[in-house]
Design a protein around this ligand. Structure first.
Ligand code: FE
Ligand code: FE
Ligand code: MG
Length: 167
């Protein structure tokens, strides 16, 4: 842990570590939801959507890595037990039980929207209290915003394709 790094915090380290660990759990669940969704997906534009889901899975895992580094830096312990992901998550896990491309896109859009809300709140809390965490969270939020738009654009293309085919 970085002693001075903790000393300069303008907020309670425990509170901050709890928030970071919750986000960390979200990222692992988001990672798996994307990863397994990319494997089982079916329907029109499947290949394009699969490629995007796989890329997002990789990016969620990278978010988990950023969070774990910051948790350790602040003297915390990242959640080590996968069952606890469910306990601490903000956004939960939406199992892709229906492999239809529409359904999977909708589920992941919902997840991204929850991630955006969560990180936006974390930004508010760290803005002046912890600029280092603020900066990390801002980077993650920028990518979640991109994720939402990527998925919504795919859904739009899918709608156009289906509309054209049924003409
Ligand atoms: Fe993420
Ligand atoms: Fe995301
Ligand atoms: Mg993308």
């Amino acid at each position: 842990m970085g002693t001075k790094a903790v000393e300069i915090l303008g907020m309670d380290a425990k509170v901050l570590l709890d928030l970071l660990n919750r986000a960390y759990c979200d990222e692992w669940l988001a990672y798996y939801q994307y990863w397994i969704g990319a494997k089982i997906i079916k329907g029109p534009m499947k290949d394009a959507v699969m490629a995007e889901l796989e890329l997002h899975a990789t990016e969620e895992l990278a978010h988990a890595l950023l969070l774990t580094h910051r948790i350790i830096q602040l003297g915390g312990t990242p959640v080590t037990e996968p069952k606890d992901w469910y306990k601490f998550t903000n956004c939960g896990y939406d199992a892709p039980t229906d492999p239809y491309v529409y359904k999977i896109l909708q589920q992941n859009i919902k997840g991204e929207q929850c991630a955006i809300t969560t990180y936006n709140k974390l930004l508010e809390k760290t803005r002046t209290a912890d600029p280092v965490t603020y900066n990390i969270v801002l980077g993650i939020l920028q990518q979640e915003v991109e994720h939402e738009e990527d998925l919504q654009a795919l859904l739009e293309d899918l709608d156009l394709l289906v509309a054209k085919e049924t003409k």
